[in-house]
Design a protein around this ligand. Sequence first.
Ligand code: ATP
Ligand code: MG
Length: 225
Amino acid sequence: MTARFVNSQKIGILGGTLDPIHLGHLRVAEEVREGLGLEEVLIIPAFSPPHKLNRPLTPFRDRLAMVQMAVRRCPGLKASDIEAHLPTPSYSVRTLEHLQRLYPGKKFYFILGLDAFLEIATWWNYPRLPELAHLVVVSRGEKTDLGEALSQTFCHFIPRGPNEFEGPKGARISFFSVTRLDISSTRIRTLVAQGRSIKFLVPWEVEDYIYQKGLYRKEEAERPE
Ligand code: ATP
Ligand code: MG
């Protein structure tokens, strides 16, 4: 499933807590955008994630501000505050349904890491997701067979190619290989709390913002890595 030309009907979505956004997220968005010929990828910080976190979440306005500054010079990537305008908790199915109403006729590609995909059965109304958007599962270097990963959740999907599976109502799930950047927001928060460098893991504007606002200094400082 590689396209060389941009198709204005195709829009990518990359969501998450993005606390903070880092170069792993940005590189995934850019590679999938280019590889699938998407017009743009909307990067959507979760307003109110339904899953309980074992830490306080950074305010939405800060997480959104960091996404906005991270994509400022990337024409194909766009920050979206859409979840701030939707009911809470922020369910991906609801966000996608809303996007379909906003952009009738567009085809959506919902990008998620393998770690997130392996937990998809815990998401609200998850069987609906691949009906609303083509799921594009990207790996951070994990060696997992997508067929095996699907067997937990979408076992009725039929292989349509080595990395592509089809379900009822035209639902699609594919595996997309990206440059391995083993970066996580957790690691960045820990490094900041420990007073260590986060250079070359996040865009420099995001690094500056984190220090200016004093983000991530305290909450994880006591916790061993
Ligand atoms: P945390 O450590 O707080 O969970 P995270 O780095 O996993 O943060 P999320 O906001 O949880 O970031 O992830 C948003 C989406 O981006 C998820 O689908 C996740 O799998 C994916 N993702 C995060 N980091 C990477 C990476 N380095 N490479 C590929 N995908 C990634
Ligand atoms: Mg995560």
